[in-house]
Design a protein around this ligand. Structure first.
Ligand code: ADP
Length: 259
């Protein structure tokens, strides 16, 4: 194989006897590369806001006569950067908790209608009146799952819809049954996603447009979190999108999750 990595060891023993031990370490090598990329990405993501904050601190130190307005503006920009770092660290902690085998899913009976109204309200608050929101809920009233995790997955999808939809667009939430399976979907009339990117969206730090993601406060971890929560609930994440027209992200739950 072209992409196979072997570890080879030659062991001498006895009188001129040799043993060749070869081990396929392709998988280990791949995990190591992923780990290295991850650390590099996290460092880079933290360094950018830190550089901005450092720059402001130095300026404030060097220019003691700065006007009150300019100082206020600098403090405001520094606060934005620290919020960004805080958001990144909290997404990293969420992801590591979800990935850890030591945190099994705490199942409860979740009242979907109260959860959906919270998620929908969060979306409207985030929009600040810039989009039209709608909600159509006909799906089952109760689902067996973890409320906090479901809320986090749904909110991530809604927040993406808001962040990738220009002002004046629409965001439609649905909770319905499709061939007996409960589905939560978020449709937006936003910028959409070119087909080639869709398979990679749930990779950590994968972004179609890095600067747009950053400008809107993205960490690049939202869909990785959604994917893990979906996996823990044996749900499937479906993405349907057309560039320039909008996207629909759906979480399809197995029938057995209906209470
Ligand atoms: P981010 O914090 O960058 O939004 P996510 O993991 O939530 O990270 O999403 C990964 C990428 O998928 C985004 O950077 C964006 O390019 C794309 N994306 C996600 N949701 C949408 C959407 N509703 N419309 C268009 N692009 C989206």
């Amino acid at each position: 194989h072209d992409d196979m990595v072997l570890s080879i060891k030659l062991v001498f023993y006895g009188d001129n006897k040799r043993l060749l031990i070869s081990r396929d370490i392709t998988q280990l090598e791949r995990i190591e590369t992923m780990r290295r990329d991850f650390v590099a990405n996290v460092s880079h993501e933290l360094r950018t806001p830190l550089t901005v904050v450092n720059g402001f601190v130095e300026n404030l130190q060097d220019m003691p006569d700065l006007s009150h307005d300019k100082i206020q503006r600098a403090l405001q920009l520094m606060a934005e950067q620290t919020r960004r770092m805080d958001h990144l660290v909290s997404d990293l902690l969420t992801l590591s908790r979800l990935e850890s085998d030591q945190s099994p899913l705490k199942i409860e009976s979740v009242d979907m209608y109260s959860l959906l109204s919270e998620v929908s309200l969060d979306g409207e608050m985030l929009s600040g009146g810039r989009h039209q929101h709608s909600m159509d809920a006909t799906g089952p009233a109760k689902l067996s799952g973890n409320r906090d995790e479901l809320r986090s997955a749904f909110s991530n999808l809604v927040s993406n819809a808001v962040r990738y939809t220009p002002d004046g667009g629409t965001i439609s939430l649905r909770w319905y049954s499709r061939a007996g399976q409960p589905v939560f979907s978020v449709r937006d009339s936003g910028i959409g996603i070119e087909a080639q990117h869709i398979p990679r969206l749930t990779e950590r730090f994968y972004r179609v447009d890095r600067s747009r993601s950053r400008e809107t406060g993205g960490t690049g971890l939202g869909l990785a979190i959604v994917k893990h929560i979906a996996l823990r609930h044996q749900a499937k994440l479906e993405v349907c999108s057309e560039e320039g027209r909008g996207s629909t992200f759906s979480l399809v739950f197995p029938e057995k999750r209906i209470v």
